[in-house]
Design a protein around this ligand. Structure first.
Ligand SMILES: [Cu+2]
Length: 121
């Protein structure tokens, strides 16, 4: 009984540590990221980038859906906001996993016309 409770408590604290990798429970991991970025704990966010890509040829919600789905399939893409009125797709992605050129290619593969990506900071 006591052992089981102890094991459960250990699992809980392990889960808590895993949920917060930037926390003090994992100083070794936080250190490397902190050295690289000089503001520790944001290693995951460090590679995040946003690109706004003009898309010509969309004329309805179906078009928006095609573009959005094609971009979402790419590994490393975190979110896609395709705007019909502005004729552009705003893509948040992991720059370590996917390049803007690949996003452009995915849009082109749907039959619409992607323009030059504008990177946001
Ligand atoms: Cu359409």
């Amino acid at each position: 009984m006591k052992l089981a409770a102890f094991a459960a408590a250990s699992l809980l604290s392990l889960a808590a540590a895993a949920a917060e990798p930037s926390g003090s429970a994992q100083p070794e991991r936080g250190l490397a990221a902190g050295e690289a970025k000089s503001k520790g704990g944001q290693a995951a966010a460090a590679a995040q980038a946003t690109a706004v890509i003009p898309v010509k040829g969309m004329h309805c919600g179906g078009c928006v859906g095609h573009v959005t789905e094609a971009v979402k399939k790419l590994e490393g893409v975190r979110s896609v906001d395709t705007d019909l009125d502005k004729a552009q797709a705003t893509v948040v992605y992991d720059a370590a996993k996917v390049k803007p050129e690949q996003i452009v290619a995915a849009i082109a593969s749907t039959g619409y016309e992607p323009g030059t990506p504008v990177l946001k900071k």
